[in-house]
Each structure stands twice: as structure tokens, then as C-alpha cells.
Design a binder for this molecule. Structure first.
Ligand SMILES: [Fe+2]
Ligand SMILES: [Fe+2]
Length: 331
């Protein structure tokens, strides 16, 4: 069951900035865009429209070819699709709450006023994202607890003392990942309200990533060698957490708590895995899909931005290569 609250200790210096001239015109422009693009989730979206019960089309996933899955009644299959969507959307929701809080920290900690104001506009965006996901999930099914990997990432970002790793962790890695995951869900979904909601959220998120890159570009250049290396390490650790690896035959990291959803309809994730393993063709197809999904999550947004910021560079590139997030896969 849910803990109603958790506390995270965040050692952070708040900085006043007494020069009120615009110093960073590009960030000031993003602040203007943020004001222009505000939308009210209560009136922009039609919350009265019924939700398509089979929110996600999961027929392409190898596990849905198994006997175990096929033995489920139509009702249970529908329930499974619905619960899977609710689990995934719950992770988006918790991520949005994390973004809301980290961005609040940025308002305090970033040294220049233009970035403080841009971050303040983003705080409002993130509050709206919490609102839309909470509303949608409650309509669909129920809110699932935060996945341990996401919990670890959000804590690492919140607990860092400097503002640069907060930008890297939240604006570059977490939001880059969110953009890819939102796009993926939008493509998979059959539900009109969800598609529309994600479209609006995506517009805000692209602005946030743009803000992160702009704010970090000069800051990273100015960092002394040791701090720069620490930031490179932090960026990789954040990416590394997101990818599931098999260690001693057991899956580690990544978002694994979604497996609990199977139990809710009376089948077990490990039985499904066993059945997949018995059929090498399915097992290979599943691995292939996971590799494609990982590269899809990273190659569009995160990798180019990390390269642009010189956080993915000659020193760190081999780590990313080994993690398998640099390869492009078709389809
Ligand atoms: Fe957001
Ligand atoms: Fe965001």
C-alpha cells in the first residue's frame, strides 16, 4: 500500500540575484513562450468523453503470444491492458511530481534571474501535468506506487547539492525519457483523450528540455575539470539506472515493478517469462524489442543533448556503448 508521504533531505543554497537586466535573452524568450503557451487542463480537454477500455494496443509484444496470456478470458485481457496503462501512467505521474519539486528547487538555486523566472513558469507546467495524469488515471483504473528505479533517480536528483546535476538529471535525462515514453504511448494508444492529453504535455516538455540545454550549455563550459567529470558521471549514472540489465540471471534496474500487474489478473510474470524462454524465437523477439525500445528512449533526445553538452564525450562514450543506448534500430 501507499506511504502517504516520504521526506527527502535536500541541502541547497538559495541565491538572490539583484541585477534585474535581462542577461540571457534566449532564456527570456523561452519564458515568454511559456506564458504564451499556458493551457487550462480543465477546459482544454473534454473529460466527459468515455475512455476506450483497451487503452494500449499490446498485441505486438511477444509475451502476449504465450499460451498463458491466450488462456485469459476477454474480460481479463481487457483488464490487463487497462492496468498496464494505469501502471505506466502512474510512473509518469510520479515523475511529474518529481519535476514539480526539482523545478521548485531550481527557482531557488540557479544563480541568474532569467533562469529563475523560466523555471517558475515550468513549475506551473509541471503542476498541470500532475493534474492531468492524476485525473486520467483515476478515470481509468487506480494509481500504482512509484517504481523503485524511478524513486532512486528522483532522490538522486533532489539530493544533489549543486544545481547543474539537477538540470542534467531532470531536464535532460528524466524529461528526455518522458518525451520518448509519451510519444511511444501516444503511438500505441487507441484512446482519443489520452492521445490529446499527451500532445499538450509533450509541447510543454519539449520547451523544458530546450530550457535545460540552454541553461546548461555555458554552465558546463565554465565548470572546472573535477566538477565537469562529476557531472559526466552523474549523467551516465542516471541513464544507467533506466536500463534493465541481467545480472547473475536476474533482471536489475529499469522499470520492473510493472510485472505485479500480471498477478492482479491471476497469472504470474515469471510463468510468462518461463514460457517465453522455452520458445527461443519468442525470447529472441522479446530481447530484440527491449533493445529497440531502449534505443528509441535514448537516441532521439537524450543522446544528442548529452553530446551537445559534452557530457557524452570521448571519456564516457564507451560506457553508453556498453549500455546499448547508442545503436540505432530501424522500426
Ligand atoms: Fe512535465
Ligand atoms: Fe517537464
Amino acid at each position: 500500500m501507499f506511504n502517504e508521504r516520504t521526506e527527502v533531505h535536500t541541502p541547497l543554497d538559495s541565491v538572490f540575484h539583484w541585477d534585474y537586466d535581462v542577461k540571457l535573452p534566449q532564456i527570456d524568450r523561452l519564458y515568454e513562450n511559456a506564458k504564451r503557451d499556458q493551457w487550462n487542463a480543465s477546459t482544454t480537454l473534454n473529460w466527459e468523453q468515455p475512455i476506450e477500455r483497451e487503452v494500449l494496443d499490446m498485441s505486438q509484444m511477444p509475451m502476449f503470444q504465450t499460451e498463458l496470456y491466450r488462456s485469459l478470458s476477454a474480460d481479463k485481457k481487457e483488464a490487463l491492458a487497462c492496468k498496464f496503462a494505469a501502471w505506466r501512467l502512474s510512473q509518469f505521474l510520479h515523475g511529474e511530481q518529481g519535476a514539480l519539486m526539482v523545478c521548485g528547487q531550481l527557482v531557488d538555486a540557479v544563480p541568474d534571474l532569467d533562469s529563475k523566472m523560466c523555471a517558475a513558469a515550468q513549475v506551473m507546467d509541471e503542476a498541470r501535468h500532475v493534474e492531468v495524469f492524476r485525473r486520467y488515471i483515476t478515470k481509468l483504473d487506480k494509481i500504482y506506487p512509484i517504481d523503485p528505479t524511478l524513486d532512486r533517480l528522483l532522490r538522486a536528483i533532489m539530493e544533489s547539492e549543486r544545481w547543474e546535476p539537477k538540470y542534467v538529471g531532470m531536464q535532460i535525462v528524466a524529461e528526455g525519457l518522458a518525451i520518448a515514453a509519451f510519444r511511444f504511448m501516444q503511438r500505441e494508444s487507441k484512446d482519443a483523450l489520452l492521445k490529446e492529453l499527451l500532445e499538450y504535455v509533450l509541447k510543454d516538455e519539449s520547451r523544458h528540455v530546450g530550457f535545460g540545454v540552454l541553461a546548461l550549455r555555458d554552465a558546463v563550459r565554465r565548470l572546472p575539470g573535477k566538477e565537469k567529470k562529476e557531472l559526466e558521471d552523474f549523467a551516465f549514472t542516471a541513464c544507467d539506472m533506466m536500463v534493465t540489465k541481467i545480472v547473475d540471471g536476474q533482471p536489475k534496474d529499469g522499470f520492473l515493478s510493472g510485472n505485479s500487474v500480471f498477478e492482479e489478473v491471476g497469472i504470474s510474470a515469471s510463468d510468462i517469462e518461463d514460457e517465453l524462454k522455452r520458445n527461443p524465437q519468442w525470447a529472441a523477439a522479446e530481447q530484440d524489442m527491449e533493445r529497440k525500445f531502449n534505443s528509441f528512449l535514448f537516441v532521439d533526445t537524450i543522446v544528442p543533448n548529452l553530446k551537445h553538452l559534452d557530457l557524452l564525450n570521448e571519456r564516457t562514450e564507451p560506457w553508453y556503448r556498453e549500455l546499448g543506448v547508442l545503436d540505432m534500430y530501424a522500426g
